[in-house]
Design a protein around this ligand. Structure first.
Ligand code: N01
Length: 534
């Protein structure tokens, strides 16, 4: 029983994105009292905030959507192969309304602390405005990419013009007509927004620190015939997706790249390129593990870019040379490289001409003065750990969560951290997260967690925690699995390299969704081995 008058919930969810909303639905279905706290003024998580021009998902719309309800799947019609941010947000809002999820969401309620009370045992969560919530279980669906990175470039506050972050894009679209716009950052957000910013602004200057691999999305509208086919294929598509690595029904070329003839290789890469999308990064089964195969794909990419970009020097600046292709999240674009052929677009290679400071009038680099009216930061996120680390989480004996992850995130199966009983993480470090389709992965994880809670309730346990040795073993396994690939070679946000001072550990489980789900299933079948239920 609760020690005071506060109603004690079964599950308190933090974050009303794809994962958090499904958690509400699934918890209710399991007969649990659930409430969700959401910092934003609307649901949607990443899709609520990232409303910059050109924002789309790089996973196909028909895959990047809920699978838990066949009627929902049947009644929602995606209009394009890769859905835009407004369409994805409209879908999330539709789902929230259709399943009456909003009645369990407290909007504009940012969780700032979460303390575990060992006596009850419960989690007490405090919001920014001082409201308190109490629950048996705390489920953090706080997102992998939800804590924006705002680099402390000298003079950043001096700029007198308009400043925008892609990760916090205003609800009223800025008017860029006739303006000189500077864009810092060439990850997925910068690459997606560049063509649209160029079309709207008088002049666009892209400040690039590291060139990135990007593949044409080859987006298209679905036809009525596509809609029929999609429905026919859905059951098989979903079941293949759940068993796959990336959470979509993708099949790589049947041979390793190193075993192909040059003609075969070229044809397979050409097919990958003209199919469009991030899966070009997985053209061959050995592309992420074999340097030679990876080089073939990188060379193919380079030849394409040199053909697209007219100015050879600009083309050279746009071609990555510091990481194997795909070991940073490969981007997808609609006309990114072509945009550098426009007269009103300039590329500044910050490796050759670094930023000295931001001034009242624009950006001063070592070699030039760039006068700007608008400055846009597409500078990414404190990924995987940032959102959780920004909450003051205290576990048994007052253990600090920030301290627990000081040397890098430790978890058992990505779900739980020693000393933090009854706290669960969805899409966290140690899980496939962004290396898979986040929607299917979240459904899988949440279903699994609710079965664990059910098991605890049935056996009379009120406390679930991981054994420290199980967490250490899993964390080491996640790193070892990554070390068998080329992924750790890149200074990516996967290893925390984009945030100064962040410990370098590979945070994602590279073996993919199907393998991960299998491991979780086995753990459950073995009586939830590695967890202690008391
Ligand atoms: O962020 P990023 P993002 N000075 O970290 C640069 C997902 N996503 O928002 O590489 C100058 O990739 C930084 O340079 P460098 C997707 O998983 C998906 O674009 O650190 N530059 C880099 O160029 C993606 O991977 C979709 O040298 C600075 C950029 O900012 C993830 O979100 C769309 C700098 C940040 O790139 C993050 O993507 C959008 C500085 N001080 C996002 N600091 C789709 O589904 C940083 N940079 C398509």
């Amino acid at each position: 029983m609760s020690t005071d008058s506060r109603p004690r919930l079964d599950v308190l969810v933090i974050g009303a994105g794809f994962a958090g909303l499904y958690a509400i639905h699934a918890a209710r279905r399991a007969g649990l009292d659930v409430l969700c706290l959401e910092a934003g003024a609307g649901v949607g998580g990443t899709w609520y905030y990232n409303r910059y021009p050109g924002a789309r998902c790089d996973v196909e719309s028909i895959d990047y959507s809920y699978s838990f309800d066949e009627v929902l799947q049947d009644e929602w019609e995606w209009s394009e192969r890769y859905a835009t941010q407004p369409e994805i947000l409209a879908y999330i809002e539709y789902v929230a309304e259709r399943f009456d999820l909003l009645s369990s969401v407290r909007l504009e309620t940012r969780a700032v602390s979460a303390h575990f009370d060992e006596r009850t045992p419960t989690w007490r969560v405090c919001s920014e405005s001082g409201e308190e919530f109490e629950a048996r279980y705390l489920l953090c669906a706080t997102g992998s990419l939800s804590a924006p990175n705002k680099p402390a470039i000298p003079g950043v506050d001096d700029f007198a013009g308009e400043v925008y972050y892609t990760a916090e894009w205003p609800h009223t679209e800025p008017d860029l007509a006739g303006k000189r716009v500077g864009l810092i950052g060439t990850g997925s957000s910068g690459i997606q927004s560049t063509p649209l910013l160029a079309a709207r602004a008088k002049q666009l200057t892209v400040f690039q620190r590291t060139p990135n691999y990007s593949v044409p999305a080859l987006n298209r509208n679905f036809t009525p015939a596509d809609q029929v086919r999609i429905r026919e294929e859905y059951p098989e598509r979903r079941s293949k997706s759940r068993r796959s690595g990336g959470g979509s029904p993708y099949v790589a070329y049947p041979k390793n790249g190193v075993d192909c003839t040059p003609e075969e290789r070229q044809a397979a890469l050409e097919k990958g390129w003209t199919t469009g999308g991030v899966l070009f990064g997985k053209t061959f089964p050995d592309q992420y593990v074999n340097e030679e195969t990876n080089r073939y794909a990188a060379d193919f990419f380079e030849a394409k870019i040199r053909r697209i970009v007219h100015d050879p020097a600009t083309a050279g600046d746009l071609i990555p040379d510091d990481h194997p292709i795909g070991t940073k999240r490969i981007c997808t674009d609609s006309g990114y490289f072509e945009t550098f052929n426009r007269d009103n677009v300039a590329l500044v290679n910050l490796r050759k001409d670094p930023i000295v400071r931001i001034t009242e009038w624009g950006i001063k680099t070592e070699g030039a003065a760039h006068e700007l009216d608008v400055l846009i930061f597409a500078t990414g996120f404190d990924a995987m750990t940032g959102a959780l680390q920004r909450i003051d989480i205290r576990g048994t004996g007052g253990a600090s969560f920030r301290e627990a992850w000081r040397e890098g995130p430790v978890s058992y199966l990505g779900y739980q951290v020693p000393d933090f009983p009854n706290l669960f993480i969805v899409s966290g470090p140690g899980s496939p997260a962004v290396l898979a389709n986040m929607v299917l992965a979240a459904e899988m994880q949440i279903d699994w967690l609710l079965k664990l809670i059910h098991h605890a309730d049935e056996t009379g346990a009120n406390r679930i925690e991981p054994r420290a040795d199980a967490a250490a073993k899993w964390t080491a396994h996640v790193q070892e699995a990554a070390d068998q690939t080329l992924f750790p070679r890149a200074n990516s946000w996967y290893v925390g390299a984009n945030i100064e001072g962040k410990p370098r550990t590979f945070m994602l489980y590279v073996r993919g969704l199907g393998t991960y789900a299998g491991v979780c299933e086995e753990v459950a079948e073995n009586g939830y081995e590695g967890f202690v239920l008391t």
